[in-house]
Write a protein that binds this ligand. Structure first.
Ligand code: GLN
Length: 450
């Protein structure tokens, strides 16, 4: 059942919020590692309240929240051991907005530590793909997408993307992933990965459900200095579509599935994106993340140890013990890219390349409303395959998603069919604030019979 139908049922008293929430809590508990925390008592109390007073645009809708988004008094550890037991004394702006419209938070979903990864394996509790438990849900919003595919109940997942962490798991789990324009949704209360790239978005079973959640969360917030003043453009007509030529350099079955979903398109070339986007993304993301991670010292948040030695010795001990190998790798690489002597050659160069990429997209959007590509070059890999990948091979999996993320462009991943019984995603990218065009074309694609 889609969310609009469910909300209508709740408002007319035909559907019981309490029964729905009881069922979904049970599914959350039995899901293969999709939850880091389940807020059972709170959810049941909210459900009773909303059953009596079913008001708001999301009246009675169960929401799962990616672990990196702060929920007051609920452990919000961003998948990291160093933030274990951190219970924020405040809500992220998106949580306030969702609850004001009648949403019910059912728990925090599992993810790669701080969003560092593409398969949700860089964490203690690794979510499994509901379509095949030997495979990954993708990442880093793995639990969010996994549970969206797993649950039989009306539900909306709130995810986060820095370089593809919404589109990637949506593609691997066969659901819809919506990443909005950078700045459209407030980042206040999001545990930062890389501030110039992070975006909160939605994962849902249908395109309209994903947009319903976005409309509730969007809007200016004075608590986030990068939050936009503008609103989503009204125009939704899609006149011209182009497929990014370089993105078709993938497995033939994936390419054919993606192309089978659209008609009347041109092929265009975006050479810089293929050549430089991964390198630029990983330099910028790691440089920013290495500064963000400096705040975890074992004193202010989360994990701590018995105080001994001087501050340096204490910080070293805590950070060595509680940061994962991947977080340490990112601290070292990111710090290197920002160091005097290397800053011009790496970080500043990457920033210039970012502008080049933005310009390449802008040129394309002069002529086209939507750019199309596969979401991921592969289907969800098996855990046994992932463990053989080197860090660089891991990063390379993001080749198709880092482009729109670097440029801050909205993008939508929808299921395009199946290869070896596993989902394949098609990704639509539009210009800034043209989310309505994504919804329009996304809806058309979704309604086609595969
Ligand atoms: N896989 C990418 C990375 O590790 C993207 C992660 C994300 O969007 N949070 O940086």
């Amino acid at each position: 059942m889609n969310l609009t139908k469910y909300i209508d049922g709740v408002k007319s008293g035909k559907i019981s919020v309490v029964k729905t929430v009881e069922k979904i809590l049970n599914e959350a508990k039995n899901s293969p590692n999709h939850f880091a925390a389940i807020t059972k008592q709170y959810a049941l109390e909210r459900a009773e309240f909303l059953e009596k007073k079913p008001e708001g645009r999301l009246a009675g809708v169960s929401i799962s929240v990616k672990d990196c988004i702060c929920v007051k008094n609920v452990e919000s550890a961003a998948g990291s051991e160093i933030l274990k037991d951190y219970r924020p004394p405040f809500n992220a702006t998106v949580i306030e907005k969702l609850e004001a419209e009648g949403a019910i938070i059912i728990g925090k979903t599992t993810q790669d530590e701080f969003g560092f990864g593409s398969f949700s394996v860089n964490t203690k509790k690794i979510p499994k793909n509901p379509l095949d438990n030997l495979r990954s849900c993708g990442g880093s919003s793995g639990g969010a997408a996994g549970f969206t595919a797993f649950t039989t109940q009306p539900h909306l997942a709130i995810g986060e993307s820095t370089g593809g962490s919404i589109a990637n798991p949506a593609s691997f789990c066969g659901v819809v992933g919506l990443t909005p324009t950078y700045g459209l949704v407030s980042r206040y209360g999001l545990i930062d990965y890389a501030n110039s790239l992070d975006k909160i978005g939605t994962i849902a079973k249908s395109v309209n459900d994903a947009f319903l959640g976005l409309h509730v969360m969007a809007g200016h917030d004075k608590k986030d200095s990068t939050s936009l003043q503008q609103e989503i453009e009204k125009e939704k007509k899609v006149k011209k579509i182009a497929v990014i030529k370089e993105s078709l350099d993938v497995d033939k079955e994936i390419k054919d599935l993606v192309l089978s979903k659209i008609r009347d398109y041109d092929l265009i070339s975006l050479p810089s994106i293929k050549k430089y986007s991964l390198q630029a993304y990983y330099l910028i993301a790691l440089a920013e993340s290495s500064t963000n991670l400096a705040r975890y010292c074992g004193l202010r948040y989360g994990a701590s140890e018995a105080l001994k030695g001087n501050f340096d010795q204490y910080f070293t001990e805590v950070r060595s013990k509680f940061f994962s190998q991947e977080a340490k790798r990112r601290i070292i690489l990111g710090t290197f890219a920002r160091m005097s002597g290397f800053r011009d050659a790496y970080y500043l160069k990457a920033m210039k390349v970012r502008t080049l990429i933005i310009n390449e997209y802008q040129k394309a959007f002069k002529k086209y409303d939507i750019l199309v590509s596969p979401t991921m070059p592969i289907i969800a890999p098996k855990f046994s395959e992932i463990s053989k990948l080197t860090p660089a091979e891991n990063y390379m999996m993001d080749i198709l998603t880092v482009g729109p993320n670097l440029a801050g462009l909205p993008h939508l991943s929808i299921n395009a069919g199946f290869k070896n019984k596993m989902p394949v995603g098609i990704m639509l990218t539009s210009n800034y604030l043209h989310e309505n065009k994504l919804q329009y074309l996304g809806g058309e694609i979704e309604n086609q019979k595969v």
